[in-house]
Ligand binder design. Structure first.
Ligand code: MD6
Ligand code: FE
Length: 204
């Protein structure tokens, strides 16, 4: 089965040295903006990942107010830290979009954490792609079509891989079925970190 239109997969985009440098910048981000536990709208059920953000806006969710972007950390109330320049450079190289990303969501997978099938649709401009960078353990990424029941195909995302959802793929269902523990030595604590860079507002 071919990949859906607009799906870009840049295997091994970051070298091991570049991965370590990016991780070091992320450690600083996470010291300023500590991971929080996202909870589902209405039910308040916690997700299995923990999250943080960098950039002018961050994606958050909780029982009371649901999915949204906001300029401040939901626990500390402080602004999100700036996006590391290395991330802006990847976007400039691959996104094919004239304006820089406004949000970088940091998803942290420990233990048996996974991510259910979803569509990223809280942004106002779907003409901009979403770009993902993976660090740490391998993950089984599943991507289908714009209907939840469309057939899915699986791609193993490894540390240093970059993926782009643009065009038709931008609104395709996708998720992380599982993380394959112990497949990378990058994170001392094990597990996986995924970064997704997004445009949030319309226009530039
Ligand atoms: C993850 N990724 O890789 C979850 N969303 O942990 C996503 O949900 C995602 O990889 C939009 C575009 C690319 C992605
Ligand atoms: Fe997503």
């Amino acid at each position: 089965m071919p990949y859906p239109e607009g799906f870009g997969y840049f295997e091994g985009y970051l070298s091991p040295i570049e991965q370590a440098a990016l991780l070091s910048a992320l450690r600083d981000v996470l010291a300023e903006a500590p991971p929080f536990v996202p909870t589902m709208p209405k039910t308040g059920k916690p997700m299995s990942v923990v999250m943080s953000n960098c950039g002018p806006l961050g994606w958050v969710t909780d029982k009371e107010r649901g999915y949204r972007y906001q300029a401040a950390h939901p626990v500390t109330g402080r602004p999100w830290p700036a996006m590391p320049p290395a991330l802006l450079a990847i976007w400039a190289d691959l996104a094919g979009f004239a304006h820089p990303p406004e949000a970088c969501l940091i998803n942290i997978y420990a233990g048996k954490a996974k991510m259910g099938q979803h569509v990223d649709r809280d942004e106002k401009d779907f003409s901009a792609p979403v770009l993902s960078v993976s660090l740490g353990d391998d993950a089984v990424f599943a991507i289908g079509g714009t209907a939840r029941t469309d057939p899915r195909q699986r791609v193993t995302l490894r540390s240093g891989d970059v993926m782009l959802l643009s065009g038709k793929s931008r609104l395709a269902y996708h998720g992380i079925d599982r993380v394959l523990r112990g497949t990378s030595n990058l994170l001392a604590e094990g597990g996986r970190i995924n970064l997704t860079l997004r445009r949030v507002t319309k226009g530039g």
